[in-house]
Design a binder for this molecule. Structure first.
Ligand SMILES: C[S@@+](CC[C@H](N)C(=O)[O-])C[C@H]1O[C@@H](n2cnc3c(N)ncnc32)[C@H](O)[C@@H]1O
Length: 275
């Protein structure tokens, strides 16, 4: 039997916060996964009570399907072979590396997440010699871009797709979101892309906005909702591919099997040659 060659960062067993809900585990619960604790289930129960269970779960699923279609597009239509999946979340169905490897068995994927449970579970679930998981905080971009594992796996002279899927709404204005994107953009070769989705105030009732904030009130990361204009501004230095910044279910849609929520916006941008 072939040796498992996946690799996990040394931080994999850093302290896993047990007393507070985490975004990774709450999201896993909303997607129907198994990697969550009572504190996460209690936080989601509050979200479900305030917003409606089907609204929250549909938002999570629409986002996850968007991620899958985006990685397929980047691999198959843009020929990208390197992925930096930032705020990757716990491994679940249709993970980035699985889709990327369908297009090219040598595709390289680095998952980075602030929550150490992601790397801990990655060790058990990932099955690829070209996939790595690191524990790092994107608010300090150098902790990802300069991480030895990233430097070993990603050739920044070649196109790389940086995925920020459902993660920037955990980054406050004080953390300089535009500066974070710029740090990644500066490292990207021509032909590189970003993909980003984000919870939005546009089309969301004030009750639902309050519900999202209350649901994440005790979590390890703060929640920040942004309007479409603020989300669009995160793509500075990138040209958006069609259909632009839209609801995730409107982005090159596949088969749709859930209600269509107005909770998120998402897009893919290609780095402008001039930046
Ligand atoms: C809602 S999940 C999204 C997971 C995955 N990107 C997806 O869309 O399916 C958000 C993830 O972002 C991670 N996260 C939040 N703040 C982060 C930060 N500052 N640096 C890295 N990861 C972060 C959380 O731990 C969580 O796993």
């Amino acid at each position: 039997m072939a040796e498992e060659t996946h690799s996990v960062d040394d931080n994999a067993h850093a302290d896993i916060p047990l007393g507070q809900p985490t975004a990774a585990r709450m999201y896993d619960e909303a997607l129907g996964g198994k990697d969550h604790f009572e504190v996460d289930r209690a936080a989601n129960a509050r979200l479900y009570r305030l917003i409606g269970e089907s609204q929250v779960r549909s938002t999570a699923m629409e986002n996850r399907r968007f991620l899958g279609r985006v990685v397929e597009y980047l691999s198959k239509e843009r020929g990208i072979r390197q992925f930096l999946d930032v705020g990757s979340g716990l491994p679940t169905v249709r993970n980035t590396h699985e889709i990327a490897l369908e297009a090219d068995p040598d595709a390289r994927v680095v998952y980075a997440d602030i929550d150490p449970i992601v790397a801990a579970h990655g060790q058990a679930l990932l099955r690829s010699g070209t996939t790595r998981v690191i524990t790092a905080d994107m608010r300090d971009p150098a902790s990802i871009l300069g991480h030895p594992t990233t430097l070993e796996m990603i050739d920044f002279d070649e196109p790389v797709a940086v995925l920020f899927i459902a993660v920037f709404h955990f980054v406050t204005a004080a953390d300089d979101p535009a500066g974070i994107v710029a740090a990644f953009r500066d490292m990207q070769a021509p032909g590189s892309c970003i993909a980003l989705s984000h919870l939005t105030t546009d089309g969301m009732s004030s009750e639902e906005q309050k519900g999202w904030h209350a649901g994440f009130a005790g979590a390890t990361v703060p929640l920040v909702l942004r309007d479409q204009g603020a989300i669009r501004s995160l793509f500075e230095g990138y040209d958006l591919v069609e259909p632009g910044l839209v609801r995730p279910w409107q982005w090159r849609p596949g088969a749709l099997d859930s209600p269509r929520t107005a909770s998120l916006f998402g897009a893919v941008g290609v780095k402008q040659p001039s930046v």
